[in-house]
Write a protein that binds this ligand. Sequence first.
Ligand code: G4P
Length: 531
Amino acid sequence: MAENYASEINRRRTFAIISHPDAGKTTLTEKFLLYGGAINLAGSVKGKATARHAVSDWMEIEKERGISVTSSVLQFEYDGFCINILDTPGHQDFSEDTYRTLMAADSAVMVIDASKGVEAQTRKLFKVCVMRKIPIFTFINKMDRDANDTFELLDEIEKELGIATCPVNWPIGSGKGFKGVYDREKNSVFLYSDTEKGTKEGETTAVSLDDSEKLISIIGEEAYGKLTDEIELLDGASAEFNLEEVRSGDLTPVFFGSALTNFGVEDFLQHFLQMTTTPLARKADVGMIDPVENEFSAFVFKIQANMNKAHRDRVAFMRICSGKFDASMEVRHVQGDKVMRLSQPQQIMADERKILNEAYAGDIIGVFDPGIFSIGDTLCMPKQKIQYEGIPTFAPEHFARVRQVDTMKRKQFIKGVTQIAQEGAIQIFQEFNTGLEEVIVGVVGVLQFDVLKYRLNNEYNVEIRLEPLPYEHIRWIENKDIDMKKLTGTSDMKKIQDLKGNPLLLFVNSWSVGMTLERNEGLILSEFGRN
Ligand code: G4P
């Protein structure tokens, strides 16, 4: 049976694009889709307006469309591959969901702005990729603008992110002086020509490095001399390409290009597709589940509440981990111990949703959720009962004390915050050694505070007041037998607990985290919580 879908699964590539806002993630995605023929003209992946909207618009957009526009999965075909791109929303939309999306990807493309280097959001998302040991491919973008020194850029990636780099190509100049890239494998220079924006017919002329006369006549003696010097230096200094190390997330292949002018994008896509993996096996309680050898299984990585008051339904996004999904088949929801048919399985393509009848390991589907699924839940064939490893809880970075305005509404308030926390939109904590007298809410992105306020008001009829707290770092305590009373931290440290009673620490800055570790020998703090 497996043979029937082995070829479908093996041609799938499922990856996330990570970057700091404005590095060019949307532009690069548009160009990928353009090559895949999924769109005719770049520029229609998602409205710029929706990516840059203000808080109030955001609510409107959510209401209008029902489902979040911030969380799309794009599927397209290219050269026999079936590609799933997972978007990792940034700006104000940055939330825990952004992290969770990475749990569903098999690899990540890291887009870096050549004039900015490694930026905050990239750093955060990168950490999650490292935790999962998934391959990371680097695209250094905007070479048509003045860029930082190439060696310095690579050095920064290595030092800041702790991953070895291996440039697959090497840029010749930048900005007005950008001449193209040298492809190390092909030993040729691909010349840059500013293509008409938004077209894929960018002409790329290749000249062998050995044809020095021709090259010098095109790029000039100075650029040629600098290039040959740099190549020599590079051959001696950079890590050698090793696919095993790429696959284990220890080495990142680096590409230079310009998404906007479409230079180096298709070349990157082609290399990337050859180097990245087919859908990876996943760890379940019974061991690793091979995507091809097993029948259908999936796990829920994200739940999207419907912001429309008239429809209390939600959409559960799941990553298919093995086998084939057929809309007519019955599946087991393991955590709920129920056999069911999934309602309205759909795929989200740009702004449209389409109902689908079948999907394979590697694909992401969204299904109608009447409120039964939780993040991390497993679905499998009725005769099975496997459970995939849970999705970790990611460290919130913004905290606020939350109170209901009308004290008579205590019950609704607790019900509301607890339910919204169960969906994974926020995390709630309490003071150490007290009950839910005071609720401390932690979020990854500040927009979630507005979502909380809006939803409590609309769905639970509770008005709240938020008092921001100065903490920015939270740590889970890994030591099982810790005596919290004896733990000595810095004066600004706060001891709190989650709803299960697990102790946690809040810090104002990373210096305090370090100090606390120093003062308590053997203390193990983690940035990820276990569910
Ligand atoms: P994001 O999704 O990572 O946030 O970035 P996005 O693609 O929206 O790109 C951010 C800005 O950078 C856009 O300009 C985009 O046109 C520009 N950009 C992307 N890639 C390149 C590149 O290779 N070279 C140059 N020079 N610019 C690039 P904008 O002015 O903010 O938007 P727009 O008005 O052009 O749409």
